[in-house]
Design a protein around this ligand. Sequence first.
Ligand SMILES: Nc1nc2c(ncn2[C@@H]2O[C@H](COP(=O)(O)OP(=O)(O)OP(=O)(O)O)[C@@H](O)[C@H]2O)c(=O)[nH]1
Ligand SMILES: [Mg+2]
Length: 391
Amino acid sequence: MPANLPAEAKAKLAKYSEARTIEEKIRALEEFISSVPKHKGTENIMLWARRRLAELREELELRKRKRVGGGGLQFFVEKAGVAQVVILGPPNVGKSSILAKLTNAKPEISPYPYTTKTPVPGMLVYEDVQIQLVDTPPLNLVDIDSSLNNRVLGLARNADAIILVFSVDCGELEEVVKRSLSLLEDRGIVVTRLKGVVRIKKSRGVEGVKVVGSGRLLGFTEDELAKLLASYRIFNAIVEVEGDVTLDDVESAIITSKVYKPTIVLVNKIDLAEEPGELVEKVSHLIPADVPVIPVSAEKSLGLKVLGDILFKKLDLIRVYTKSPNKEPDPNPLVVKRGTTVIEVAEMVHVRLAKGFKYAKIWGRSVKYPGQRVGAEHILEDGDVVEIHAS
Ligand SMILES: Nc1nc2c(ncn2[C@@H]2O[C@H](COP(=O)(O)OP(=O)(O)OP(=O)(O)O)[C@@H](O)[C@H]2O)c(=O)[nH]1
Ligand SMILES: [Mg+2]
């Protein structure tokens, strides 16, 4: 249902999105809430705004406590390695056990729920790269607006990917899966690329509104899109569209700033299942098709070996090994986004190589034969060795 927000509310929202400090954001959001008329069409927006406000107040509170002597629980985890992946899930499913098995970290593990109180990082070594995993306190699926949920979901929003853990002994497993998914969705964390996804990047660098991506606009034109954005005072933006997208989807993207997080699902304690296949099938049924569902047992070390590989692929990263002529390739890869071109790698190595770029020689999956010459726009693949020739 369209929100039909009055101009005043839209202006407040613009103020919120431009606010630089938490205090400013809180004030702008409070003003936004009081300027939104209450009716069916605005229910979702109000829900979003109230939750966002709660998250922001929580964050402010934490920062204050930290300032007055570090009494507060430390919730922010500095990123390290090639990506940060949070381990999320309901209480007692074995999140900490999984971290302990996959990394050198020693989190507290116990048969009682709510054992983990603060995030615990560890490093997963996958071949020649390190992926940071962060164990978190459990998601509360009963009191969904709990302050712990706010903090944990804040971590997830900031991470590069999510490992969502359930377990065989979850009780009403299907209900638990459904609730967990809707908790993420309600907070604007999208785990699949199959549904329509809109991302709006405000940018002074573009002239007007530019639509990119492989998706389709359903029932509206680019002109109508630009008008809607303008009503929210967004005049220069790149709108990334994937899947089928309606004008309502665009509006909710403007308001709630949804983020896509690559996700994998683990069904842990599979050692306890009498019919593991059937159970995994049941869970898979509820999970979007592009999210892998993997049965594992932290206790019996089952199914864990493949996780590094699956995670790395899901993160859409590739490893590129640079080399100088007549030398061995650098053993430390450059880890870059899938789709990266030769010239982009040249820029990362040295401006001189990019400016004077002539050609590159490649060994690896992206070429037909070893040492093949390619141009600047050649797209690299995982494992490629690149030798750049510049003047
Ligand atoms: N049978 C079996 N038990 C497991 C497995 N993994 C974890 N457990 C047990 O499940 C209980 C909870 O494990 P934790 O790793 O503390 O679970 P958690 O999800 O971190 O729990 P919270 O921090 O409270 O959210 C412990 O008693 C573990 O020994 C498994 O694969 N199989
Ligand atoms: Mg734990």
